[in-house]
Design a protein around this ligand. Structure first.
Ligand SMILES: NC(=O)c1ccc[n+]([C@@H]2O[C@H](COP(=O)([O-])OP(=O)(O)OC[C@H]3O[C@@H](n4cnc5c(N)ncnc54)[C@H](O)[C@@H]3O)[C@@H](O)[C@H]2O)c1
Ligand SMILES: O=C(O)[C@H](O)COP(=O)(O)O
Length: 470
């Protein structure tokens, strides 16, 4: 994964290039050039059942779905990969067809890479989630078939926190309703049940990257901040961690969710939790659609218990942009929800800013390229994190062995036995549950040795996947 400094520099160069390209006499500079120079160009790859066949980066096929940012496309193009870009996600049957043939796939939160889909992925080396959440991918199954998964853990956190802050003020002032009324010609100047947020209490569920950013912004608005998290986390500013969800619900004027989608967070806020909230309080959710029981929320709003809600995520979301797709066929309660007052609905745009998408594009594309070209798995969310210094391409007869295997005793002995006729220049191995990953650079290897090494490694009983880079 690129370091924060590297990403920052790349973003600056991207912004500089974007600015310069419109001015007279501008020099056309690739925003990602400095990054590209750090990657090896001469590689050979083989995986699993594929016959050992040296090929160049030009043989790597990558599919990008869901409008992945241009910064990523540029990095992959510069690598020489074959890049296919689609704006939306794909229905399962089309995804299954596409995934059979590709080496890498880039998705966002919508595309579901389930075991059923991944079973068809015979050549898939790596998956890039160009977002924070990775719940849409079966991470364990991906690891089982030797496919590493990367994401961008925090590049859109600030964007989400800013959106939530705006929505807190908007709910308190009923901004959505006033705007809709005026758009349709109705002047409705009211102050009843419209509030300042200063002095009010914000309850944050999940004090991770987003929750903690939001905490700082809310305090700058003069709000008191409480948070609930399953782990103990250092408070920022004067925020206070509470020990139960109920305590947070009883004391907060605004409750906002920033937890991942897990079995434990499904319907985290449902009828009993809404009942525990203050009368006239507000609910916000920009985490995942499963976290809030929306029919129960509708009942709580109808009973005047909850004074408004802002939702960015839904149990079912349309696969692509377009009119009419957010309807009762998708979620049965849609028409009822949209008819209620003071409900702000946004189409999963929490992380959708130019800044966030450009940074995510660079970060995830960099991680994927490094994994494809060098085997470097640092930053992977489902794999042991293994890295060696870049391959020295001037060094003839050097081969990098990438051996993904079941984590059982005796593997190192067997593998090193196979490599023992060559000089092992560097070696690094690590495990993560049942999966282990060994990386070794060996020298004094000639062409016929490569085939022999591959065949021997391929016969080992613990092998999941092998790649030889040279
Ligand atoms: N709407 C959007 O566009 C958008 C953008 C980014 C992220 N997200 C979603 O927001 C989620 C949170 O993002 P983040 O970057 O802050 O994640 P994070 O991993 O940094 O923080 C999540 C926090 O939730 C806590 N947590 C987990 N289970 C919990 C539970 N049952 N009860 C209370 N706390 C619990 C964790 O301990 C952690 O501190 C992501 O998983 C993603 O699904 C949505
Ligand atoms: O997980 C995330 O980062 C957010 O949900 C944003 O997802 P998106 O990239 O599909 O907008």
């Amino acid at each position: 994964m690129a370091s924060p400094q590297e990403i920052d520099n790349l973003q600056k160069s991207f912004q500089r290039a974007a600015t310069l390209s419109g001015s007279p006499g501008a020099v056309s500079t690739s925003p990602t050039q400095s990054f590209m120079n750090t990657l090896p160009r001469r590689i050979s790859v083989s995986k699993q059942t594929k016959a050992l066949k040296p090929f160049s980066t030009g043989d790597i096929k990558i599919l990008l779905l869901e409008n992945v940012n241009q910064t990523a496309i540029e990095i992959f193009n510069e690598q020489g990969y074959q890049v296919e870009v689609l704006k939306g996600s794909l229905p399962e049957d089309e995804l299954i067809e596409k995934i059979k043939d590709i080496h890498a796939i880039g998705i966002r939160s919508k595309t579901k890479l389930t075991e059923k889909v991944l079973r068809h992925a015979k050549n898939l080396v790596v998956i890039g989630c160009f977002c924070i959440g990775t719940n849409q991918v079966d991470l364990d199954y991906a690891a089982k078939i030797g496919t590493a998964v990367f994401n961008s853990p925090f590049s859109n956190s600030r964007s989400v926190a800013e959106l939530i802050m705006a929505e807190i003020v908007s709910l308190a002032r009923q901004l959505g309703d006033r705007s809709i009324e005026l758009h349709t010609g109705t002047w409705n100047k009211v102050s009843a049940k419209c509030w300042e947020v200063r002095g009010k209490t914000l309850g944050i569920i999940g004090y991770g990257h987003i929750g903690s950013q939001l905490s700082v912004l809310a305090e700058a608005f003069g709000m008191h901040v409480l948070y609930y998290d399953i782990v103990t986390i250092m408070a920022l500013g004067t925020a206070k961690q509470v020990s139960t969800l109920d305590e947070l619900l009883n004391k907060s004027d605004f409750v906002t969710c920033h937890v991942p989608e897990t079995a434990e967070t499904k319907n985290l806020l449902s009828a009993p939790q809404f009942a525990a909230m203050k009368d006239g309080s507000y609910v916000l959710n920009a985490s995942r659609g499963t976290v809030i029981d929306i029919p129960a929320l509708i009942q709580a709003i109808k009973a005047n218990k909850i004074a408004g809600a802002a939702l960015d995520v839904y149990p079912n979301e349309p696969g692509k942009n377009g009119a009419g797709s957010f309807n009762d066929d998708l979620n049965s309660w849609t028409s009822e929800l949209v008819s209620l007052p003071n409900i702000i609905l946004t189409p999963h745009i929490g992380g959708s800013t130019e800044e966030a998408q450009s940074a995510i594009g660079i970060e995830v594309a960099a991680a994927l390229s490094k994994y494809i070209n060098e085997g470097n798995s640092v930053g992977s969310v489902n794999f042991p994190e293994v890295s060696l210094r870049s391959l020295d391409l001037d060094q003839e007869n050097t081969v990098r062995v990438l051996y993904i295997h079941h984590n059982v005793p005796g593997v190192l002995k067997t593998v090193n036995n196979i490599l023992s006729n060559h000089n092992i220049e560097k070696q690094f191995s690590d495990s993560n549950g049942d999966i282990a990953y060994l990386m070794a650079d060996i020298s004094s290897v000639n062409q016929s040795d490569i085939k022999e090494i591959y065949d021997q490694l391929n016969e080992t009983e613990y092998k999941i996947s092998i790649r030889l880079l040279y």
